[in-house]
Design a protein around this ligand. Structure first.
Ligand code: NCD
Ligand code: ZN
Length: 353
């Protein structure tokens, strides 16, 4: 039997939603992760310090039902950036310790992004204030120009939006989230310590063929969309490189099953339950299990200027494939759990505060 001990991980990009979905999904994350950067794309979005405080309190309230380490889960809150964001409120939310980051959604780029930014220049004064107050900017890195093919939207975003922002605000700490292309990781690796990125477990194990060959698999549909295999390989190389600017953001994004198995299905993969198993498989296959801890537990806190967790986690490899539930109940509905399409042999054996 093989065992791997590591510092308990964090998730640097997570959707917890609210109400019944929050209550259904929180345990999966809180069982394996000490902290998570919680996305603000609720309906209506988390716009102000007050909204963030109230959402944080609802998450903490939901945590109280959990036991052991899970009950100690710490949500790291974010604000949803709009052209009407009040820089003073944002900076005060950060200084009060209510938020860790601000999220940029280009309007229309993804789920619940309608209130996002249309004209990036309009938020430059807010970015200026964020640079000064050292608030991290998380970005959904895709342009929404209908002329640009969906598979090219990340690369074009880097050229048209990110590069000018980096030039104008060289000391603004930026996380390019859920990077899906070689262009994305190459860009980040060519930059300085102010530029980081997150990678999801699903973009490391599947590519667009898995989603589209032999039938369309709606549970693999997410944004940014899965790319070709060469990009997947570049992401694995980056994740397993140990580079301090690259860390885990699961982008676990629950949508009830019928809204995904639909003529117009929602984007998002619900992977919180088996992320650590999937990652251990990916890192083992790349002969890089020694780099897993940096990716899941060390690089993220270093970038965000937060302490590394003192708690540990043990991953264990077994001969028989580990069985995860295919769905979780969610009120009267279900949430379909990410199926990586391969047997998983690693499981979380122990995790404690
Ligand atoms: C996310 C969601 O459902 O909120 N969906 C997704 O496909 N990743 C939004 C996002 O992160 O783009
Ligand atoms: Zn997301």
């Amino acid at each position: 039997m093989k065992e791997l001990n590591l510092t308990r991980p964090d998730d640097w990009h997570l959707h917890l939603r609210d109400d019944v979905v929050l209550d259904s999904v929180l345990e999966a994350t809180a069982t394996d992760f000490s902290r998570a950067i919680v996305m603000p794309n609720l309906v209506p979005p988390v716009l102000t310090q007050k909204d963030a405080e109230q959402y944080r309190d609802r998450i903490k309230q939901s945590c109280q039902r959990l036991s052991g380490a899970a009950a100690e889960f710490e949500p790291l809150m974010t604000l949803y950036l709009t052209e009407a964001t009040d820089a003073n409120d944002l900076v005060s939310a950060h200084q009060a310790g209510v938020i860790q980051a601000v999220k940029l959604y280009p309007a229309g780029a993804t789920t619940n992004s309608a209130s996002g930014v249309q004209d990036i220049k309009k938020v430059y004064p807010v970015l200026e204030a964020m640079q000064k107050a050292d608030v991290v900017l998380c970005m959904h890195g895709e342009v929404t120009d209908p002329e640009i093919d969906i598979f090219d939207r990340e690369a074009v975003f880097i050229e048209r939006v990110l590069t000018p922002i980096r030039k104008a605000f060289p000391e603004l700490r930026i996380v390019l989230e859920h990077v899906t292309t070689a262009d994305g990781v190459n860009y980040v690796q060519s930059q300085d310590r102010y530029q980081a990125c997150t990678l999801t477990p699903h973009h490391l194990v599947i590519n667009r063929n898995h989603m589209l060959v032999g039938g369309i698999r709606p549970h693999y549909y997410c944004l940014p969309i899965l790319k070709r295999r060469e990009h997947q390989e570049a992401l694995v190389k980056a994740a397993t490189s140990g580079d301090a600017r690259i860390f885990l953001g699961t982008d676990s994004a629950p949508h009830v099953t019928h809204t995904k198995e639909n003529a117009c299905g929602c984007a998002g993969v619900f992977n919180a339950l088996n992320t650590m198993s999937v990652l251990a498989s990916v890192f083992e296959a790349a002969n890089a299990l020694d780099k897993l801890e940096a990716f899941t537990s060390l690089n993220g806190p270093a970038f965000y200027g937060l302490p590394v967790n003192s708690a540990k986690m043990t991953l264990r490899k077994q001969d028989e494939p580990v069985v995860f539930p295919q769905t979780l109940p969610c009120g009267d509905e279900t949430l379909t759990v990410f199926d990586p399409g391969m047997p998983l042999h690693w499981h979380v054996a122990k995790s404690a505060h």
